[in-house]
Design a protein around this ligand. Structure first.
Ligand SMILES: *Cc1c(COP(=O)(O)O)cnc(C)c1O
Length: 487
């Protein structure tokens, strides 16, 4: 039976999975959610027998039900291939007493590749299925990693254009270099004067601007989103929670059927929400530990029931988590209540920047400050030689706090979201303060030397590539910029 998708805010239009992927966001500004949570139709034991692609098919077919077997298998095979630098796609690596699910073996060395290497195929297939004639314009706000992964995924994909906005002063030097050197005739990148929330809010506004949409439709364009508000991002992320579980079992760290914890470095709440979906689909999960950096809105929310963005936005060393408005939380609120309540709290959020909604379920909030993050990198490196990136280190520090607080000895997986090379300068500084003033690109060579690992190919000599995108714009100029691009 087909699972239909509907808006978290109550819009009466139900759409298929492929239609939800094309639209990105619902007409009423809500996010698409499955009308009923699918459940696995295979014995859990089977997951230890499948490789990543096989597992992806078994999981995705339960969520994206209107895709045919042939379509889904084509999308999966096109996405999870030699673009990844390991056959395992998402290996589980142990260091000391921690187990890391490494999601950074794709083209842009961050976890966004897990979903964004398949999204262009899902979207193109969806456009054909639904008779979409217009060119699809992907509009994306990025806190650093989504932008590059989306650009790589969509570059030169026929029938699409991609426009990416990033906070000019809110991403790492390597992240910025990766984006502004992007090739592909259908790609466009602009820095904005503002933070990630400003960029995301402005992009969401364009998605719900019916006048602008009509005007561009005349010219032959429709918008879609590569942000985690798109269900086509969320669904592929469910897969690796099952995959991590299978690897834990195979490594003898978990008995089949036993519950596991996941600790997830969180920003927009997309990654960890996929873990929540996996649990609802039948994966044995005890707790989902939501790790925040100093922008700890989610930590406060899970502790107090008050979501409150009226606070200073802090630029940290884990920029992909520097977010106050975690879009995907809306989906959780919906699943825990209904569309009326969700619409009400979202309107309170947009008016006063605050709402209350008490949650008592599998989520626990934790956070780590910058010094705690640095210490986590430092200590694990000197104990084991394993180097974590700054985001993963937030999760490691948060997990250690969780253990100290609760004594919970449930087996745990730390979801590792980026290669340390992507944030080499801060990682080195954490390892030894003598690297404090090292140049961001010299840091790549140095990290390679210190950690005795090779610089990943995607960022080797990144500073020597030609800068192709130079625009920097004000946040209220986004719509005009887009209009100009799509003449
Ligand atoms: C995007 C990102 C995150 C946050 O993930 P969400 O799905 O937005 O919660 C964490 N770490 C890295 C490296 C990222 O790129």
């Amino acid at each position: 039976m087909d699972i239909m998708f509907k808006s978290t805010r109550g819009d009466k239009n139900y759409v298929t999975a492929s239609q939800a992927i094309v639209k990105g966001i619902a007409e009423d500004g809500g996010l698409y959610v499955p009308e009923a949570m699918p459940t696995i139709d295979f014995p859990l034991e089977k997951i230890t027998e499948w490789n990543y692609r096989e597992l992806a098919y078994e999981v995705l077919k339960l969520v994206l039900t209107d895709y045919t077997e042939e379509e889904l298998k084509y999308c999966i095979a096109s996405a999870y291939d030699e673009k990844f630098d390991t056959e395992l796609i998402a290996p589980l690596v142990s260091a000391g007493n921690a187990d890391f699910l490494e999601l950074f073996h794709g083209k842009t060395i961050a976890f966004k590749d897990m979903a964004l290497s398949i999204l262009p195929y899902l979207l193109k297939t969806a456009a054909v299925k639904n008779g979409v004639k217009e060119e699809i314009v992907i509009l994306t706000a990025t806190s650093g990693d989504t932008g590059k992964a989306a650009l790589e995924g969509f570059a030169d994909v026929e029938g699409t254009q991609i426009i990416v906005f990033f906070p000019e002063d809110g991403v790492s030097a390597v992240q910025k270099a990766q984006m502004v050197t992007q090739q592909g005739k259908n790609t466009c990148v602009a820095g904005i004067r503002g933070n990630f929330d400003d960029a995301q809010t402005a992009v969401k506004k364009i998605f719900t601007d019916n006048e602008l949409k009509a005007e561009l439709k005349e010219k032959g364009y429709v918008f879609s989103s590569a942000n985690s508000i798109n269900i086509g991002r969320l669904a592929p992320q469910i897969v690796y929670y099952f995959y991590a579980y299978a690897q834990m079992v195979k490594a003898g760290k978990l008995a089949m059927g036993e519950k596991v914890n996941f600790t997830v470095p969180t920003g927009n709440f997309g990654n960890i929400l996929a873990g929540y979906y996996a649990m609802n689909m039948g994966l044995p999960v005890n707790r989902l530990i939501c790790a925040s950096n100093d922008n700890k809105v989610l930590y406060d929310f899970f502790r107090t029931g008050a979501y409150d963005i009226n606070r200073e936005f802090i630029v940290t060393v884990s920029p992909s988590m520097d977010i106050l408005i975690s879009s995907n939380l809306e989906r959780l609120l919906y699943h825990l209540s209904d569309s009326d309540r969700t619409r009400t709290v979202m309107s309170e959020l947009s008016k006063g920047g605050r709402y209350e909604f008490s949650i008592d379920n599998e989520f626990t909030g934790e956070f780590a400050t910058i010094p705690e993050t640095f210490k986590a990198i430092h200590d694990l490196f000197y104990e084991t030689g394993y180097v974590m990136d700054t985001h993963t280190a937030v999760a490691k520090a948060a997990y250690d706090k969780y253990i100290a607080e609760t004594g919970d000895n449930t087996p745990n997986v730390i979801v590792s979201t980026a290669s340390p090379y992507k944030f080499a300068k801060d990682v080195l500084k954490a390892i030894d303060s003598k690297y404090e003033n090292i140049d961001a690109f010299a840091a790549l060579e140095k990290l390679s030397e210190v950690s005795n690992t090779p610089i990943p190919k995607p960022i080797k000599d990144i500073d020597k590539r030609e800068v192709l995108h130079k625009s920097v714009i004000d946040r209220d100029a986004l719509a005009d910029f887009v209009k100009n691009k799509l003449k």
